[in-house]
Design a binder for this molecule. Structure first.
Ligand code: PEP
Ligand code: MG
Length: 575
């Protein structure tokens, strides 16, 4: 039966393909008594062998797409699978308790897991517990003949359907096969949505119900531009979606022509269009889309993609690669913004009720736990600074005291390196993200001490409206064009300019086609966005007149009561 779904349009593009369900399967079983012990041994051996073959395949795929380091986690899983001690104990349990392999496997692995998890100070053993849990799930799935989904195993064209995708799930999606994804939860600025845009995978998030309405293999049509999807589309509907995809491709081809042009408005004003990146690999997208700078390098992916804290050397190499790759054009590197929806398996963070309001980002960097991590990162950045135009930016700054503390650590590490005879640039700008309303309100004070601001609207909006950026239920409150948000932004831009500093924006709003005319009118200096939004924004800016946009912005700031009023006004000014 044809079923229509509506969610939040998260990444442009259209696709029609079979659904691949990336959801936790049901692995429940009943414990039964068995007579034929040998048959049970054979079932277990079979499941172990199949799990091993599967893991080897996943490992090889991970090594080729993500690199050897990422693949190493599967070596640990393979080791668990061939651990004679554990397998011996499972077989003993089958034999002496006369139970099925499922029950014996669970009993023995649960015991190992609870012993290892109990070793609270031993990170290595804690990780082994996690490995055993993972492997047990795989073997159990084979015993029960249930297919365990894995992004790495996808080898045909599909639409991935999931309750939620973590940033690390998203990183594993292979663009060649994953034509789109669609989830139950999430918002436009959740990190999986941001990554979908940089991977150019069409996506819809926050449908509430896609996992309950779609079965594996169902044909599904996805339009990431409108947020509409159809399960079991008719031939006519399929044709309409395919046509929409072709129209989008044609539109993209038009934008492509602007790749090597400067970004200038109709009246000849230049604005800097920069791109946001997560890894040095994203530089290809930056160049392909003609971005003029990197306005946000989210370094936390360097930490998330690594099995342990990345060394100073590893970080140095990554920062150097980006700086060199940009060939002297500015690169704004944000220091680690761990926490919120970005977790590190090897960093034991306390469980909090509100992780987005909790111990995260600069708050970790300035605490005892983060001190060494932060200094290592600063050293790597300072060493890399001679390879290009580096700008360093601190995330989640709430108070001037925090900024001063971070800047002091930067100066200390710089002095140490200079004393060691290491070359560092003298022209590194040090700025902050404005993503906490307190900092936006006090921007005039901050502007005296920082070199620049970059407005992080993804968080600024969620904190100002008290509306979780991950929640589809309150997404109606996620209002970039609300006059309250516009006034905060204007305050930040004016405060920077009063001190002769520049103000940029690296939240998703910077590439939002409805918001761009307003931001031009408010005098924002730099716009940093998903690389894939750069060309359409350049195309839009070519049509704008700054004097007219200034009038638009003034009216939006002073005369409008609601977001809807603002949108209406924009439509009046920008045809
Ligand atoms: C922001 O908050 O706007 C931002 C750019 O940072 P992130 O999306 O990584 O939180
Ligand atoms: Mg943020």
């Amino acid at each position: 039966m044809v079923e229509m779904l509506k969610g939040i349009a998260a990444s442009d593009g259209v696709a029609v393909a079979k659904a691949y369900l990336l959801v936790e399967p049901d692995l429940s079983f009943t414990k039964v008594n068995v007579e034929d012990i040998d048959a049970e041994f054979a079932r277990l051996d079979d499941a172990l062998a199949q799990s091993k073959a599967e893991l080897e395949q996943i490992r090889a795929k991970a090594a080729s797409t993500l690199g050897e380091e990422e693949a190493a986690v599967f070596d640990a899983h393979l080791m668990v699978l061939s651990d004679p001690e554990m397998i011996g104990q499972i077989k003993d349990a089958i034999k002496s308790n006369k139970v099925n392999a499922e029950a014996a496997l669970k009993e023995v692995t649960d015991m190992f897991i609870s012993i290892f998890e109990g070793m609270e100070d031993n990170k290595y053993m804690q990780e082994r517990a996690a490995d055993i849990k993972d492997v047990t799930k795989r073997v159990l799935a084979h015993l029960l003949n249930v297919v365990l989904p894995s992004p790495a195993m996808i080898n045909e064209e599909v639409v991935v359907v999931a309750h939620d995708l973590t940033p690390s799930d998203t990183a594993q999606l292979d663009r060649q096969f994953v034509k789109a994804f669609i989830t139950d939860i999430g918002g436009r600025t959740s990190h999986s949505a941001i990554m979908a845009r940089s991977l150019e995978i069409p996506a819809i998030v926050g449908t509430n119900s896609v996992t309950s309405k779609v079965n594996a293999g169902d044909l599904i049509a996805v339009n990431g531009i409108t947020g509409e999807a159809i399960v079991h589309p008719t031939e006519e509907q399929q044709a309409a979606f395919i046509k929409a995809g072709e129209d989008y491709a044609a539109q993209k081809a038009e934008w492509e022509k602007l790749k090597n042009e400067k970004t200038v408005t109709a009246d000849g004003q230049h604005f800097e269009l920069a791109a946001n990146i997560g890894t040095p690999k994203d530089l290809a997208g930056v160049h392909n889309n003609g971005a003029e700078a990197v306005g946000l390098y989210r370094t936390e992916f360097l930490y998330m993609d690594s099995p342990d804290f990345p060394s100073e050397e590893d970080q140095f190499e990554a920062y150097k690669a980006v700086l060199e790759g940009m060939d002297g054009k500015p690169v704004v590197v944000r220091t680690m913004d761990i926490g919120g929806d970005k977790e590190l398996p090897y960093l034991d963070l306390p469980h909090e009720m509100n992780p987005f309001l909790g111990y995260r980002a600069l708050r970790i960097s300035l605490s005892e736990l983060g001190d060494a991590m932060f200094r290592t990162q600063l050293r790597a950045l300072l060493r890399a600074s001679v390879y290009g135009t580096l700008r360093i930016m601190f995330p989640m700054v709430a108070t001037l005291k925090e900024f001063r503390a971070a800047k002091k650590m930067f100066e200390e590490e710089k002095a140490k390196l200079v004393a060691e005879g290491v070359a560092v640039s003298d022209a590194i700008q040090v700025g902050i993200m404005i993503e906490i309303p307190a900092a936006a309100v006090l921007a005039d004070k901050f502007a005296k001490e920082v070199d620049f601001f970059s407005i992080g609207t993804n968080d600024l909006i969620q904190y100002s409206m008290a509306a979780d950026r991950m929640s589809e239920r309150v997404s109606y409150l996620y209002q970039p064009y609300n006059p309250s948000i516009l006034r905060l932004i204007k305050n930040v831009i004016d405060a920077a300019h009063a001190e002769g500093k520049w103000a940029g924006m690296c939240g998703e709003m910077a590439g939002d086609q409805t918001a761009v005319p307003l931001l031009v009118g408010m005098g924002l200096d730099e716009f940093s966005m998903s690389a894939t939004s750069v060309l359409k924004t350049r195309s839009l800016m070519k049509r704008l007149d700054t004097a007219k946009m200034k009038e638009l912005a003034d009216r939006a700031l002073n005369d409008c009561d609601t977001m809807e009023d603002v949108v209406e006004l924009i439509n009046e000014y920008v045809k």
